[in-house]
Design a protein around this ligand. Structure first.
Ligand code: SF4
Ligand code: SF4
Ligand code: FES
Length: 561
């Protein structure tokens, strides 16, 4: 087995260099400023070397640089005529006409020129009917069989909803038994979308429906913005990852025509009130533990497909945007004198599974449409709004005041941390001295910690990414309180977020989320004056009959086939 780091001398394009032999030729080239085109490679996935676009010569042989490591004294050539010709031919063989488009922000477009790709040379062999799900759409006509979607679905998400079928030129990606994605155990997480280099998988767009609602003078259309959008939307307008664009997002939504812009962070604060009380109630009444918290409809689907014996462990709290959607159509509608039938609630979400969530009958949703971060970017561009020069504007105060606890819902561990800040106060009557739970922050797959509440040690843990969730569930009995998010990094890495190549983007977005928390005047959900007002004026108290009716839901067992 090769050691962690193995220094060796190699020749790279005639230049003698020292290299780390434990790294792939691709990474060594990139570290030395040499561009090598790739298609099936993604930094977050194990290299399967299917596309052969990253070819280089090593000691006179063509090798795939993404999956090959150097040998001592090896001579690597990245730009010979043979390499250039072979890359181009492989690309031409792979690219059917329908995927060979220079459109949007497709990763494949970045390498057309590097590879010297002109017009497609080979005809499309077979026509496929696109698979139109309510949340995720697949168009096999564009697919180049790079396998990235299969790997992310299996290795990162642990779902195995899609795989290769057939051989040779009939090879294609398909859900189990050629069924529709919507009819198999797909959790609609959209991680396959983030990983597809040619846009063969995408979210089901609701932009058209939202534009029609905005043009309908009889409708009062409100937007509500999820915590993680503010840490990612700027990327679609050329800003560096981790740029906080909260105020510009609000301003952009107003320019697009929304009558009011509300903050899902407030929904998160209400979720915390309900969830912290539910946790303490379970303790005091000897109910099922660990309590599993999530605001992730992807994990809910995963639980319903694979772990339905956990239904009793799941917190019954709706997710924050579903709570806020309900409050918009009840509390706000009443105050504003608007008939809820004339109101359209549009959630701006980092997530494709939220599109499915708002159609669940058990949800009795107040949300009419869900736009992903990418769809909002398209809407802003379609409306010719110059995002970068917008001033910062505040959310509408009726449902727009929130705390730092609400914003950290956007990162893995954040829902749990926010709930613990309030649970401590409710259980002990005292505020925590240190409200930052560093042990459950960051990108480690499974994180854990404990807290003392009135002399009892409460052990908690969280996981992000479906495969990590599976590992945590195996050891669930060690804990009293668990948080699970299906996407890597939590909502900041959601399947509806801007597409990224560098995994470090997730760390930068996460840092932005915690910076937003630190700069908040209020950092505990129970301090939120609007939360207090909503309980005083309408809900009574957490877990009241009214709160149960509007803010809680239940889950069902789902068949995988
Ligand atoms: S949406 Fe998620 S679960 Fe479904 S196929 Fe894509 S990666 Fe797999
Ligand atoms: S759908 Fe996209 S990611 Fe999946 S194999 Fe096809 S091209 Fe690759
Ligand atoms: S990127 Fe190396 S074989 Fe596809």
């Amino acid at each position: 087995m090769r050691r962690r780091s193995e220094r060796m001398r190699i020749k790279l394009n005639e230049k003698e260099i020292e290299a780390d032999g434990s790294k792939s030729l691709l990474n060594i080239c990139r570290e030395n400023g040499i561009t090598v085109p790739t298609l099936c490679y993604h930094a977050s996935l194990f290299p399967e070397a299917r596309c052969r676009v990253c070819l280089v010569e090593m000691n006179g042989k063509l090798v795939t640089s993404c999956s090959t490591k150097p040998s001592e004294g090896a001579s690597i050539v990245t730009n010979s005529e043979r390499v250039v010709k072979a890359r181009k031919l492989n690309m031409e063989l792979m690219m059917p006409e329908s995927s060979c488009k220079r459109e949007e922000d497709l990763e494949v477009c970045e390498i057309y020129d590097e590879v010297g790709m002109g017009k497609p040379r080979f005809p499309q062999i077979k026509e496929y009917k696109p698979d139109l799900g309510a949340a995720v759409i697949r168009d096999d006509n564009k697919c180049i069989n790079c396998g990235r979607c299969v790997r992310v679905c299996a290795d990162v998400q642990g779902v195995f909803a899609i795989d290769f079928a057939s051989r040779g030129h009939n090879e294609h990606i398909t859900p189990y038994e050629e069924k529709h994605l919507a009819d198999v155990a797909c959790i609609r997480c959209g991680q396959c979308i983030l990983n597809c280099p040619v846009g063969a998988i995408s979210e089901r767009s609701h932009v058209e429906e939202v534009v029609a609602a905005l043009n309908d003078k009889k409708k009062h259309v409100v937007a509500q913005v999820a915590p993680s959008i503010r840490a990612a939307l700027g990327e679609l307008f050329g800003m560096p990852a981790g740029t906080l664009v909260t105020g510009k997002t609000v301003a952009a939504l107003r320019r697009c025509g929304f009558a009011k812009v509300f903050d899902v962070d407030l929904g998160a604060d209400i979720t915390v009130m309900e969830e912290a009380c539910e946790l303490l109630w379970r303790f005091e009444n000897g109910r099922v533990l660990p309590m599993i918290t999530t605001c992730c409809p992807g994990w809910i689907l995963m639980m319903e497909f694979f772990y339905h014996d956990l239904i009793g462990n799941m917190s019954t709290c709706k997710s924050p945007h579903e709570m806020l959607g309900m409050l918009a159509k009840t509390y706000y509608a009443k105050k504003a004198g608007i008939d809820p039938k004339d109101m359209i609630v549009v959630s701006i979400m980092p997530c494709t599974a939220k599109k499915f969530e708002s159609t669940r009958p058990e949800m009795k949703s107040g949300v009419d449409y869900v736009l992903t971060t990418r769809e909002l970017g398209r809407l802003i561009k379609m409306k010719n709004v110059d995002f970068a020069s917008l001033p910062d504007e505040d959310f509408d105060p009726a449902l727009g005041v929130s705390t730092g606890a609400g914003v950290i819902f956007g990162a893995t561990g954040g829902v749990m941390e926010a709930a613990l800040r309030t649970a401590h106060k409710l259980a002990t009557g005292k505020e925590l001295e240190n409200i930052e739970f560093s042990e459950i922050r960051g990108m480690k797959g499974i994180k854990e910690g404990s807290i003392n509440l009135n002399g009892k040690e409460i052990r908690f843990a969280c996981a992000h990414g479906g495969a990590n969730a599976r590992k945590l569930i195996e050891q669930k009995d060690k804990y009293h309180f668990i948080e699970i998010m299906a996407c890597p990094g939590g909502c900041i890495g959601g399947g509806g977020q801007p597409i990224y190549r560098d995994p470090d983007v997730l760390r930068k977005r996460t840092e932005a989320i915690y910076a937003a928390d630190r700069s908040s005047t209020l950092r505990r959900s129970h301090e939120n004056p609007v939360v207090k007002k909503i309980y005083e004026e309408m809900l009574g108290e957490p877990l009241s009959k009214k709160a149960e009716e509007l803010l809680h839901t239940h889950y069902v067992k789902r068949s995988r086939f």
